[in-house]
Design a binder for this molecule. Structure first.
Ligand code: PLP
Length: 399
């Protein structure tokens, strides 16, 4: 039966402490115990329904985690203070000194910097590969490899990972397949395709209002328990915990994600087709010309489209900067990093969100100077948006 992630969110039912339709917010850092024995059992992890301290878990965080686990189809989830606050503990939990990661080379710059520059301090090495080539991925696996890491749709090049193919490799070599699904919530469900854990930066589409950072790890109860262990759990010990007030607000935003994703996808797909029609070098997974269009189509859930992210290449950084400044002046969106906002956001990744990647490597992976990454907004009148964008491009001789 087809997986319906938005139904899973819709079907959750809440009765707040006072009968509220939203769960009551647990505004406490610590919790009382009626008996000392229960406190001991809770620390040992043997007292379900008891809370010990908010860095470990809180009722509000568990509610949000439950909804995100339902969305991804995992047993449970742990919410974190940011996307990086989810990514780094997962890697640290799965890898120790001497271990090795095989990662897509086109990933968010912060994740790349962590794997390339920070993890080696702990003697965790990473091979960065072209994730679209399964033979290249397999060739990079060594006896020390523990993790296969990728983004379903990569930041910023919008490469699409063959999750089922990667999952097969992971099984064959006894690795964990960790997928960052930040760019394609609802559209792609990596667990259904065989991934072991799914991570999101909630900062982006899921929260959707650019008012907080947040993250989540969705996985098995066993793995999430490991992350939360008071003795050796990376989430518990590294401490990037989400605040309960925030968890409550992200949960409320999550409930409109399905409507927002449809509109983001509709708008991005309209613009991508128009841009390509003008002869601009346009990358959008929904375009027939995208090298992984068919693969995305084969993996996607019904309804939510190909997402809100697209890139165009306007030839040079100067032109990219001029266009972004003009588009901001014309109120088409903001010159800002991040994604998933109601307004369009645009940035030149080579000099911003991917600047951690050295220039020669950027070139090798196809990240050119003139590349502009768009997170297309929820514009009610995308034809109007397009006509103003078109005029901006004409004015700057990009067309
Ligand atoms: C794909 C992806 N994963 C992870 C992150 C990191 O998330 P956060 O900024 O919430 O730590 C980002 C942020 O830009 C991202 O784009």
């Amino acid at each position: 039966m087809a997986f319906k992630p938005a139904n899973n969110i819709q079907d959750l039912q809440y009765f707040g402490e006072f009968g509220g339709v939203n769960p009551s917010i647990s505004d406490s850092s610590t919790y009382t115990f009626l008996s000392a024995k229960t406190m001991f059992d809770t620390f040992e992890g043997n007292a379900d329904g008891c809370y010990l301290y908010s860095r470990h878990s809180t009722p509000s965080n568990l509610y949000l985690g439950e909804a995100l686990a339902a969305m991804e189809g995992t047993e449970t989830a742990n919410v974190t203070a940011s996307g990086m606050g989810a990514i780094t503990p997962v890697i640290m939990q799965l890898c120790g000194a001497g271990d090795h990661v095989v990662s897509s080379r086109t990933i968010y710059g912060g994740t790349y910097a962590f794997l390339k520059n920070f993890a080696p301090r702990f003697n965790i090495a990473t091979s960065f590969v072209d994730i679209t080539k399964l033979d290249v991925v397999e060739a990079a696996i060594t006896p020390n490899t523990k993790v296969l890491y990728c983004e379903s749709v990569s930041n910023p090049l919008l490469e699409v990972a063959d999750i089922a193919g990667l999952a097969k490799l992971a099984k064959k070599h006894n690795l964990k397949l960790v997928v960052d699904n930040t760019f394609s919530p609802l559209s792609i469900s990596p667990i259904q395709l065989g991934a072991d854990m799914v991570i999101h930066s909630l900062t982006k589409f899921i929260n959707g209002s650019s008012d907080t950072v947040g993250g989540v790890v969705c996985g098995s109860q066993e793995f999430i328990n490991e992350l939360r262990s008071v003795n050796d759990g990376a989430c518990m010990l590294l401490g990037a915990t989400m605040d309960s007030l925030r968890a409550a607000s992200v949960l409320k935003n999550l409930r409109t994600l399905h409507i927002r994703m449809q509109q983001h996808s509709l708008n991005a797909s309209y613009l991508a087709e128009k841009f390509e029609g003008l002869g601009l070098k346009t990358v959008y997974p929904g375009l027939q010309s995208h090298p992984s269009h068919k693969l995305f189509k084969s993996m996607m859930n019904d309804k939510y489209g190909y997402g809100g992210m697209l890139t165009i290449d306007v030839g040079s950084l100067e032109k990219a900067n001029a266009l972004m400044e003009l588009m901001q002046e014309k109120n088409l969106g903001y010159l800002a990093v991040s994604l998933g906002f109601y307004k369009t956001l645009f940035s030149a990744p080579g000099s911003s969100t991917s600047s951690e990647i050295p220039e020669d490597e950027q070139k090798e992976m196809g990240l050119s100077d003139g590349l502009i990454r768009f997170s297309i907004g929820l514009d009610a009148d995308i034809e109007r948006t397009y006509s103003v964008m078109h005029a901006c491009m004409k004015e700057l001789n990009i067309l």
